[in-house]
Design a protein around this ligand. Structure first.
Ligand code: ADP
Ligand code: MG
Ligand code: MG
Length: 891
């Protein structure tokens, strides 16, 4: 039924999460299996969206369906909402498709008022319980629906406890709670100028509204952004008859995980409180007891809980997080969901469930989130250590680090040259700060999102980073930042955790990353499942080493410009760029040749025969030159000092050339193969270095496979020319050395024109690597640095774009070019090798896309290689399942 907005728990078949939300679907499913679930009904996410479409109004149709379901619930329980003798009480619970623990609102004990509380007291012969329940309801309802700060209730309650000399809430008697209730009601009146609503139906609909509204509260909004949950899904609302854990010492409430969510150990893990309601456990008002002691306190209940956990885990075939309540010795199950877990636990659980034959290898591979496992490749804060949290920002790049606070990139570089460990703290970072990011142990910014420059760079290097930490106030003038009550000065030590976004004061001990046996095993299963290779982007032997350690089967992108950036080489590089004649340039290049050659030799040796894609020089040349503004300042100053000095003339000369090389749009300017076209001697030097290095390494008996990549081609004729250049030098060096080189010539597809004419280009190429960073820039017409700083975040937050296209490949647009590029290329040249080397190469959804297009490999930063291996396996398995309908679908 299209217009059914409300489903009773036993009316809907399980599994319809999109409609019922995760909580609702599982409550229905558990009811169906016959577990003791208090009866109730679910208002669908469709109703939530209709509510928003109508301007936050519940339609008459939904209202009447709710009332009908309520009558149904009343006849089933034999109680009535608002009845004076035997009142029905319900909980009103949020529950979205993706679980968002604690992000939205829930109200318990709804239906209580000044009259029903008396009925309950008589009926249960337990006035203390009844009045306690009422005050809880007033507290939650006022907070969630009337927006009264919960703090003022807690504060008042604490005062009353003190006045009466009580230590905990359990000591308050019925009369005490009556007094609390009166005071709470007048607090509500004082702050909101309205009396606490007494009509249960009014209470109910106000709460339903409030739960719908909580879909868009700040917390929920941020949580969705962090987890890429779309904003249009909406939440369902579950209305469920209450069971009471606060009826005495034979009652209680708790939470149980079927396995340890932190380590993965296969042992029931949980906590509970005697004589309490659900909220008490999570809110931390009382310290709960470990689940083991329930075995002594209530052996029957404990055994029943253990059996239920086993049943649920087997049913859902995954670790479950279960909420339960015991009312007078009877166990009720109030929620089950797939338990959130650390990366370590995720891997252990997946591997052990295969051993226990709960699932097969393939299923286990699908159960681990590739994004999560990169956590395991970085140093981590020892969880056993005490810490003092200063602030929390966006967890932009995982890993933990300790160091002295510095506020300037140059200083970060200088101090770390002296062997100091520093953490760079900046309001935001610009490309000018890269050297600081490289030098620092970690970077923290108070502005900018997860895709900000700092984050992207840090992730690429496997360095910890926190972005957008707007709760710290940075004062660059006074060299300090303020976090709440704490002032942190330049030079103070802090520790940060890039996996959680937390910043701590002082040093906290770290533990080494462990590639556990289970992790290795899971990755080896991954490799068994797929033929798609995972390579790494690596520019130096250290990165190449890491890549191999993490299981890369080659280098998919070796950027040669980083070899030019080295401080000791920059003067020679600058000479080369500034030379006025070809002869001068060739002289400078001749000096660079041995340096570059040595770099290649080291990388070739490290890679021991695995293929290496080397990209010839790509960035605009002025990136290697001094900053124009700084030169200008120097020139002005020197002019004042001595207008005739020869140094001044030199500087002026330099400034003139820097100005000549300046471009209005460097991203679209004189770069890529356009450099090779205008200054072939640069590419000739690089190719010569590659072949000489190959020859030297082959002399040592080591296998070398190189793939020479011409960047930023947009017309086949560019490639034709550059290809010939490579071939000529190859022939020359082969002749000189007597070696036969195993090498390919290819190009990076990173302009729309190249993708559109991929068939022509394929005639001249042995391989294609999709440079999806630039292809995204050129397809959207976005300059990445400008977009991420100025409008991209807004686009994502306001749903103009589903995701940041620099993080996850824009499949509809850029993807179309990639798709037709592969197709056209393969048609023209069936042996064409195809891969991707943008940052997308390490992102799971983009990997799936590349797999579906039949690419041979993806390439990503070394630290993302393990998660890319897993994502490649998942892509392969999912692709096969799509073609085989009989395969079971879990979850
Ligand atoms: P959250 O999603 O924040 O966990 P829940 O809707 O699950 O919110 O409810 C919060 C707490 O209230 C949980 O401990 C839950 O077990 C308890 N609770 C919810 N509904 C009932 C009910 N009908 N009877 C007893 N306890 C309930
Ligand atoms: Mg819950
Ligand atoms: Mg590029």
């Amino acid at each position: 039924m299209d217009n059914q907005f409300v489903f009773m728990f036993d009316q809907s078949e399980g599994g319809k999460k999109e409609l019922l939300g995760g909580k609702g679907a599982n409550l229905a499913e558990m009811t169906r299996i016959g577990l003791p679930v208090p009866y109730g009904f679910t208002i669908t996410t469709v109703a939530c969206n209709a509510y928003y479409d109508a301007g936050q109004i519940i339609s008459p149709e939904v209202e009447s369906q709710v009332l009908e379901a309520l009558r149904n619930l009343e006849s089933r329980t034999g109680k009535q909402l608002g009845d004076l003798a035997n009142p029905l009480l319900v909980s009103v619970r949020s529950g979205a498709v993706h679980s968002m623990p604690g992000m939205m609102d829930t109200v318990l004990n709804l239906g209580m008022n000044d009259e029903t509380v008396k009925g309950m007291a008589e009926l249960t012969n337990n006035p203390r319980f009844s009045y306690d329940s009422y005050r809880r309801f007033i507290q939650m309802f006022s907070n969630v629906v009337l927006d009264v700060d919960n703090y003022i209730f807690e504060q008042r309650l604490e005062d009353i406890r003190e006045e009466k000399g009580y230590h905990s809430d359990t000591e308050l008697q019925a009369d005490d709670w009556k007094q609390v209730i009166e005071e709470f009601k007048s607090l509500v009146y004082k702050t909101k100028k309205r009396s606490f609503p007494q009509d249960p139906k009014e209470q109910l609909f106000l709460t339903i509204n409030a739960v719908f509204d909580s879909w868009n509260n700040q917390r929920a909004f941020l949580y969705r952004r962090l987890h890429d949950i779309p904003g249009h899904l909406g939440t369902a609302v579950n209305i469920q008859s209450m069971v009471f854990g606060n009826m005495g010492d034979d009652s209680g409430t708790g939470v149980a995980f079927t396995r340890n969510p932190s380590t993965g150990e296969s042992k029931l893990y949980g906590e509970y409180l005697i004589n309490a309601q659900g909220e008490d456990v999570v809110a931390g008002i009382r310290t709960p007891q470990p689940i083991e002691s329930l075995q002594k306190e209530m052996p029957d209940v404990y055994q029943q809980l253990v059996n239920t956990c086993e049943l649920l885990e087997n049913h859902y075939k995954d670790m479950q997080d279960i909420e339960f309540t015991v009312e007078r010795g009877n166990l009720y199950i109030l929620q089950t969901r797939t338990g959130k877990r650390t990366a370590q636990a995720a891997i252990r659980i997946a591997v052990e469930m295969v051993k226990e034959k709960i699932m097969d290898q393939r299923e286990a591979l699908l159960r681990v989130d590739p994004d999560q496992i990169s956590q395991l490749l970085h140093h981590r804060i020892d969880p056993e250590q005490k810490r003092e949290q200063l602030a929390v920002g966006l967890p932009a790049s995982p890993g933990a680090a300790t160091g002295q606070v510095v506020f300037d990139a140059d200083e970060a570089e200088e101090l770390s040259k002296d062997g100091k460990k520093v953490i760079l703290v900046r309001p935001e970072t610009t490309p000018d700060d890269i050297h600081g990011i490289v030098a620092a142990q970690a970077t923290v910014t108070s502005r900018g999102g997860m895709t900000s420059h700092a984050a992207v760079v840090a992730r690429g290097m496997g360095k910890a980073c926190i972005c957008g930490c707007d709760s710290i106030k940075i004062h660059l003038e006074s060299n300090q930042f303020i976090a709440g009550p704490t002032t942190v000065n330049h030079g103070d030590t802090i520790t940060i955790d890039g996996s959680t976004g937390e910043i701590f004061l002082g040093e906290i001990p770290m533990i080494e990353p462990e590639l556990s046996e289970e992790f290795q095993l899971l990755l080896s299963w991954s490799d068994e499942e797929t033929n798609m290779g995972v390579r790494a982007n690596a520019d130096n032997p250290v990165d190449a080493e890491k890549a191999l350690e993490f299981g890369a089967v080659g280098i998919g992108l070796c950027r040669t410009e980083h070899m030019f950036m080295d401080a000791s080489r920059i003067p020679t590089v600058q000479n080369m760029i500034l030379s006025e004649t070809t002869k001068e340039r060739k002289d400078a290049l001749a000096q660079l040749l041995p340096m570059q050659q040595e770099d290649f030799e080291q990388i070739f040796e490290t890679m021991q025969g695995y293929p290496i894609t080397i990209r010839l020089l790509d960035p605009p040349l002025h990136e290697f030159l001094p900053d124009k503004e700084e030169l200008l300042v120097d020139v002005t100053r020197m002019h004042l000092e001595d207008p005739h000095s020869s140094e001044l003339q030199e500087k002026q000369n330099l400034l003139r050339k820097v100005r000549l090389l300046e471009e209005s749009n460097p991203m679209l300017g004189h770069r890529g193969c356009r450099l090779g076209m205008m200054y072939p001697e640069i590419y000739e030097m690089q190719v010569m270095a590659i072949f000489n290095a190959m020859s030297n390494v082959m002399d040592k008996g080591i296998d070398v496979k190189s793939e020479i990549m011409i960047p930023l081609v947009s017309h086949v004729n560019e490639l034709k020319k550059m290809r010939q250049l490579v071939i000529n030098i190859g022939e020359q060096v082969q002749e000189e050395t007597g070696h036969v080189f195993d090498y390919l010539i290819g190009t990076m597809i990173e302009t729309p024109r190249a993708a559109l004419t991929a068939d022509q280009i394929a005639e001249e190429a042995d391989f294609y690597s999709f440079g999806t960073n630039d292809l995204t820039q050129t397809t959207f017409g976005f300059s990445r640095d400008d977009a991420e700083g100025k409008f991209l975040q807004h686009y994502v937050e306001s749903d103009v774009l589903k995701r940041n296209p620099f993080v996850s490949l824009d499949q509809e647009g850029v993807g179309k070019l990639v798709e037709s590029g592969v197709k056209l290329g393969r048609e023209a040249n069936p042996t064409l090798k195809a891969g991707i080397c943008g940052e997308h190469g390490g992102e799971k959804e983009s990997i799936q896309f590349c797999f579906d297009l039949g690419m041979d490999y993806v390439s990503c930063s070394p630290f993302r290689v393990p998660s890319a291996r897993l994502a490649a396996a998942q892509a392969t398995i999912r692709n096969e399942r799509k073609n085989c309908l009989k395969e079971p679908q879990y979850n």
